[in-house]
Ligand binder design. Structure first.
Ligand SMILES: *Cc1c(COP(=O)(O)O)cnc(C)c1O
Length: 369
């Protein structure tokens, strides 16, 4: 056993195909010709590993990266990554110093945050404008004041789209607001950006100087709990794999897992798999998910527990057989969108929720990319 096998128990593995990441980066660059590509690697690259994804994405043509905390940016720098890195959200004063140390670009998202950033003259700053999402961003009428405060530190201006995956009308109204802001101020050399994955794929008007996709880089559909990434030429990069650790025969009426919520309708076999909600296999999947064993879909029986889940199988399934909880096995595929929908959430939360202290990541390079 290696050191990391000892930490994770070597039980359930997240496999990330960096060839697919590269493919998705190239696909997105083709969808936004004329714009540069900033790859969003926040939250450890949505559970895929930020350093590895960042390197692969930059090699495939991305020009910059985005994160949410100064620590996430520092981690990229410590790995030797030199590309520009933008921090999206609020930073406390001591974190602004850390950002400066690591040459991160920070976001001024309010007048107070602009004033704070202006106290660190070496920091580069992008100004975020609220065009309707009402989460982060200065009001359009505060842009002039924020620019005065920031002076020569300001190198970019951006906004964020609330419903580019679902509501073209609301997206158009946000871009109208943004365009009025841009028309009302001299932009001289500022980098202008707005598009998340959905904007990159479906709203060319939002492309400006650079696009900022996250979820699509990982081959996931921006619709969250529906949609097929393949329809956009995207390929999922991550699969979650475990193995059959025990098989038992159930008699009619036997219950399974906490609360005995599943009862065997007849004689059947049940396989115990060492993956639970501590791994990120969500408890709300209970009773409604499927996993792949020997190339076939197998129903989850009863509740997901912290450390294990039980699936209905055939008599030929054996201890040691591979179990694919997310990803492809043979001709079958369990997509992150499917798991999201069955768990009452979205694909984003499925991959981001994989716990790296329980689930070791391994990387491979698919040759077809
Ligand atoms: C997370 C985030 C993105 C990326 O969004 P996706 O839907 O994953 O493409 C882009 N911009 C900002 C400001 C974000 O917070």
């Amino acid at each position: 056993m290696t050191q990391s096998d000892l930490r994770t128990g070597g039980r359930t593995l997240a496999e990330v195909d960096l060839g697919e990441v590269r493919h998705n980066v190239r696909t997105l660059l083709r969808r936004a010709t004329g714009s540069r590509l900033m790859v969003v690697v926040k939250a450890d690259a949505y559970g895929h590993g930020s350093v590895e994804v960042a390197r692969a994405a930059l090699e495939a043509g991305a020009g910059s990266l985005a994160v949410v905390t100064a620590e996430e940016g520092a981690e990229l720098r410590q790995a030797g990554i030199d590309a520009p890195v933008l921090v999206f959200t609020d930073l406390l004063p001591e974190k602004l110093a850390l950002a400066g140390e690591h040459r991160l670009t920070v976001t001024a998202h309010s007048l107070p945050s602009a004033r704070l950033a202006a106290r660190y003259p070496d920091l580069k700053v992008h100004l975020k404008v609220n065009t309707g999402m009402n989460r982060w961003g200065v009001a359009p009428e505060e842009v002039g004041e924020a620019r005065r405060v920031l002076g020569g530190s300001l190198s970019g201006i951006y906004t964020h789209l609330a419903s580019a995956d679902s509501d073209p009308g609301a997206t158009r109204r946000q871009l109208d607001v943004f365009d009025r802001v841009l028309a009302g101020h001299p932009l001289g050399g500022l980098t202008v950006h707005a598009a998340n994955s959905a904007g990159t794929l479906w709203h060319p008007r939002s492309h400006y100087d650079l696009v900022r996709p996250g979820v699509a880089v990982y081959g996931l559909h921006p619709g969250g709990d529906h949609g097929d990434p393949a329809s956009e030429g995207l390929r999922p990069a991550l699969s979650l794999r475990s193995y059959v650790a025990a098989v038992r025969r159930l008699q009619p009426g036997d219950g399974v897992s906490y609360g005995l919520t599943f009862r065997a309708p007849g004689p059947m076999y049940a396989a115990t798999v060492p993956v639970g909600y501590a791994e990120g296999y969500r408890r709300t999947l209970s009773g409604g998910a499927e996993a792949l064993v020997r190339g076939e879909r197998r129903p989850l029986l009863g509740r997901v527990t912290m450390d294990a889940a039980v699936f209905g199988v055939d008599r030929e399934v054996e201890v040691g057989d591979e179990v694919v909880l997310l990803g492809v096995q043979g001709e079958e595929c369990v997509a992150a969108e499917e798991l999201g929908s069955r768990a009452g959430t979205i694909n984003y939360e499925i991959t981001t929720g994989i716990n790296p202290r329980r689930v070791e990541r391994s990387y491979l390079e698919n040759e077809r990319s």
